[in-house]
Design a protein around this ligand. Structure first.
Ligand code: ATP
Ligand code: MG
Length: 180
């Protein structure tokens, strides 16, 4: 994997994320439709819904093995995530759903992952983590009634490669790790 292969990219746009199971995905998509009725904009495709844990950006493929080996050492227990808080960011016109009370296990997972990435030697600019699932793009925000919370049983996390195309981002899950 460390050897460059003709025709293969020599870097990938990478991020770590929580990737919903089918029933959580359906619930998130349902909330996306509900929020869209209030705020308009463009709904994210159901198959793209996720919660970013750490964003690496362009990463040399030559560093992938070291990254995977380092993240293999991450230890974390499964936990329950309750997403109950719609939010809006004016600067990028994104509408999202997040936890009003993020469980401590989520922050611990993010910290452990950040440490593992740093130890692998992959250049990475960790920003303060705001847990959220993007549901709407190019939206207006505003007042919104209370929404039905989405219960997300978190059993694993994934490494995703993102391809930015003219019609949006396409994600490929390239590896997943179980929490146990
Ligand atoms: P697009 O950039 O075409 O709008 P996208 O934002 O979904 O699509 P990416 O830019 O590849 O695709 O981002 C992948 C994930 O990482 C998204 O959840 C995005 O919000 C998050 N992300 C992107 N850049 C950063 C960053 N600098 N810090 C933290 N998270 C980021
Ligand atoms: Mg982006």
């Amino acid at each position: 994997m460390a050897e460059p292969t003709p025709g293969e990219p020599d870097s990938l746009r990478l991020f770590f994320a929580l990737w919903p199971d089918e029933s959580t995905r359906t619930a998130l998509n349902h909330t996306g439709k509900w929020l869209h009725k209030h705020w308009g904009g463009r709904r994210m495709r159901a198959d793209t819904l996720h919660l970013t844990l750490a964003f690496l950006g362009r990463t040399p493929v030559a560093q992938l093995d070291a990254l995977l080996a380092s993240v293999d050492t991450v230890q974390a227990k499964p936990f329950e995530l309750t997403l109950d808080q719609p939010g809006y960011w004016k600067h990028n016109r994104i509408g999202w759903l997040g936890p009003s009370q993020p469980p401590p296990q989520l922050g611990e997972l993010v910290n452990t992952l950040n440490n593992a990435i740093q130890l692998s030697g992959v250049a990475f600019d960790a920003r303060p983590h705001v847990p959220h699932v993007t549901l709407l793009r190019n939206t207006v925000g505003g007042e919104v009634p209370a929404c039905t919370p989405v219960q997300w049983p978190v059993h694993d996390f994934v490494l995703v490669s993102s391809r930015i195309e003219t019609d949006g981002a396409y994600y490929d899950v390239i590896r997943h790790w179980l929490l146990a």
